[in-house]
Ligand binder design. Structure first.
Ligand SMILES: Nc1ncnc2c1ncn2[C@@H]1O[C@H](COP(=O)(O)OP(=O)(O)OP(=O)(O)O)[C@@H](O)[C@H]1O
Length: 272
């Protein structure tokens, strides 16, 4: 008798906590009351799970762009599409998280309870939300600081709490608006590395606004250099750099070449 056919190995179950969303903007326009047009015909296609940095002159509309993508502001024209569509049903994975330059922590809540807040608002029971918050805090190097209060933390620690709070719900899209700009360079570099590690682990799409070209080149796979207002894309650069970003990269000639290209486009965008 012929032996029974081999049982096929089960295909790996996709991790529901991983993965990003594709973001497409088409013809986006935002004019503020009084007639100031900040975005005018902005087109952009951001691949799911990619890490994209946005740089551009002060006031060109980077924060406006993030706010529109986050749904905190409405465009006057154009379309914004997410694929797969965002799921806003209660209990579903939170689609979008936003990290600002200011950590915006609640001073009367402990570090653990600050990070657990989005889960509390989603109705997650205390033991589960504390376990998730504790795990994230450990990943950002604050596993020992869970019972402290925001006033007892340094600026870098506060930003790590803010980052942990943004990621505790495993968002599909993470928007960061100059999150580490107020920190000293070494702390910023360390936080950049932690952000990269979390991105690799969770696979969400990241849109990162920064004024630092070196931070943009170190973190991102793709950098968009915007012109002054109304923002146009001066350069859409898929960086030719190794996917593994290690501190030694900052001294690499390839890194300097990318920085040069970004700087040139930024200067052209300022003058445009
Ligand atoms: N709600 C608003 N009402 C009116 N004008 C606004 C509003 N929000 C932003 N602006 C103006 O729109 C322009 C773009 O602002 P935005 O914050 O998007 O720029 P940005 O590129 O993020 O700037 P920066 O790099 O300095 O943070 C600025 O001139 C700003 O003053």
């Amino acid at each position: 008798m012929a032996p029974p056919p081999p049982v096929p190995a089960p295909s790996p179950t996709p991790d529901p906590g991983r993965g990003g969303v594709r973001v497409q903007l088409s013809g986006l326009r935002r004019t503020f009351p009084g007639g100031l047009t900040v975005l005018d015909g902005m087109d952009l296609d951001v691949a799911a799970g990619s890490f994209v940095a946005l740089v551009g002159p002060s006031g060109c509309g980077k924060s406006t762009l993030l706010r529109v993508v986050a749904g905190l502001d409405r465009p006057d024209a154009g379309t914004l599409t997410f694929s797969p569509p965002l799921d806003h049903t209660p209990g579903a994975r939170t689609p979008i998280a936003y990290v600002f330059q200011d950590a915006h922590l609640l001073p009367w809540r402990s570090v653990l309870d600050n990070v657990a807040l989005p889960l509390e608002l989603a109705g997650v029971p205390t033991p589960e939300r504390h376990a998730s918050a504790q795990a994230l805090l450990k990943e950002v190097g604050l596993g020992d600081a869970t019972s402290r209060y925001p006033a007892q933390l340094s600026g870098g620690m506060r930003m790590r709490v803010s980052l942990a709070r943004a990621l505790v719900t495993r968002p599909r899209l993470l928007l960061l608006d100059e999150p580490f700009a107020a920190l000293d360079e070494l702390t910023r570099n360390r936080l950049d590395d932690q952000l990269l590690a979390l991105w690799k682990e969770l696979g969400m799409t990241v849109l990162f606004v920064t004024h630092s070209l070196s931070e943009a080149a170190y973190l991102a796979e793709r950098v968009l250099v915007l012109s002054r207002r109304p923002a146009r894309v001066m350069l859409d650069r898929h960086l030719v750099l190794p996917p593994e970003r290690l501190p030694a990269l900052r001294a690499d000639p390839g890194f300097a070449r990318e920085m040069g290209l970004l700087l040139q486009a930024l200067e052209q965008g300022e003058a445009a």
